[in-house]
Design a protein around this ligand. Structure first.
Ligand SMILES: [Cu+2]
Length: 278
C-alpha cells in the first residue's frame, strides 16, 4: 500500500473516532435534536451558513481542479504571464464582503431575538455551579425566587441569598433540573469557584458561569418532554469530565405535581426552624 493511501485511511479512522467518542444515539453526523423554540433560529442560521459555505467550497474547488487539468504543463506550450484584472479583482472582493456583512447582520438579529427580556410568566430557576456539580434553586410556596447576590456566596450560603430576603426562605434546592414543557424558563446562573459553562446541546444554549457575577439573560422554552443532560463545557479542573446534571422536561401537569411535592417537602423541612425562631 502506498504512503498516501495509508495516511488517508488513518485520517479517516481518526475522524470517525471523534464522531463515535460522543455518546449520542440520534443524529450522529449532524447536530443533536433541538427541543427549544429559540434553538430553531440557531439551527436555521447554522444550516444557512453551512449551505452557503458548502456551495462556495464546491464551486471554488471545481474551478480550481478545472484549471489544474486544463492548464497543466503541455509539450510545446509556454507559460504565459498575466498581471490580473482590476474589474474581476473588484468583483471577487465585493461578493465575500457583501456575504460576510449580510451574515453578521443576520446573526446579530438572531442574537437579539434570543437575548430579549424573558416573558413575565417565565419560571425563575437559580443554578449554582461548583467544582464539580450543579445545584438548582426553585421558588417556594410564595412562587417567588429569593434574590441572589454573588458577593454573598459561601460554603454556608451556596446561592448567595441575602438572609433578610423573606421570599428566599421557602425556596427549595435540587440536583436535577426539572422544567415544564411549553413554559419559558429563566435561568439565574452563578459559580461558586471557577468559570464553568451551562451547556445543553439539545437546547442550543451555551453560557459561561463566572464567579462573582449573576448571569440573568439566559431563558428558553422547551417544546417537548424528554431527558437531557446539563454538562459543564469549560475545562474547570480534574473532575470536569464528570460535572453534569440530569435535565427532565415534563408535561405541565406532571411538572406541577413534582413541584407541589417539593414545595410541601421544603415546608415540612423548614417547620422546626420556624418553631424555634423567637
Ligand atoms: Cu465546570
Amino acid at each position: 500500500m502506498n504512503k498516501f493511501l495509508r495516511s488517508i485511511i488513518i485520517l479517516l479512522i481518526l475522524s470517525a473516532g471523534c464522531v463515535w467518542a460522543e455518546t449520542r444515539t440520534e443524529n450522529l453526523f449532524w447536530t443533536p435534536q433541538n427541543v427549544t423554540v429559540g434553538g430553531r433560529e440557531v439551527d436555521r442560521l447554522l444550516n444557512f451558513i453551512f449551505i452557503l459555505t458548502g456551495a462556495a467550497f464546491i464551486l471554488t474547488q471545481a474551478v480550481f481542479i478545472m484549471y489544474l487539468v486544463r492548464y497543466r504543463r503541455k509539450r510545446g506550450v509556454k507559460a504565459q504571464y498575466t498581471h490580473g484584472h482590476n474589474f474581476l479583482e473588484f468583483v471577487w472582493t465585493t461578493i465575500p464582503l457583501v456575504v460576510f456583512v449580510g451574515l453578521a447582520i443576520y446573526s446579530n438579529m438572531v442574537w437579539n431575538r434570543l437575548h430579549r427580556d424573558p416573558p413575565a410568566d417565565a419560571l425563575p430557576i437559580n443554578i449554582s455551579s461548583y467544582q464539580f456539580g450543579w445545584d438548582m434553586r426553585y421558588p417556594g410556596a410564595d412562587g417567588k425566587l429569593g434574590k441572589t447576590d454573588a458577593a454573598l456566596i459561601s460554603t454556608d450560603n451556596k446561592f448567595g441569598v441575602p438572609p433578610d430576603d423573606e421570599s428566599g426562605h421557602d425556596d427549595f434546592t435540587t440536583n436535577e433540573l426539572v422544567i415544564p414543557v411549553g413554559r419559558p424558563v429563566h435561568i439565574y446562573l452563578n459559580s461558586r469557584d471557577v468559570i464553568h459553562s451551562f451547556y445543553v446541546p439539545n437546547f442550543r444554549i451555551y453560557q459561561d458561569a463566572v464567579p462573582g457575577r449573576t448571569i440573568s439573560w439566559v431563558w428558553f422554552e422547551v417544546d417537548r418532554p424528554g431527558n437531557f443532560e446539563l454538562a459543564c463545557s469549560q475545562l474547570c479542573g480534574s473532575g470536569h469530565y464528570n460535572m453534569k446534571a440530569p435535565i427532565r422536561a415534563l408535561p405541565v401537569e406532571e411538572y406541577e405535581k413534582w413541584y407541589a411535592e417539593r414545595v410541601k417537602a421544603a415546608a415540612e423541612a423548614a417547620k422546626p426552624t420556624v418553631a424555634h425562631a423567637p
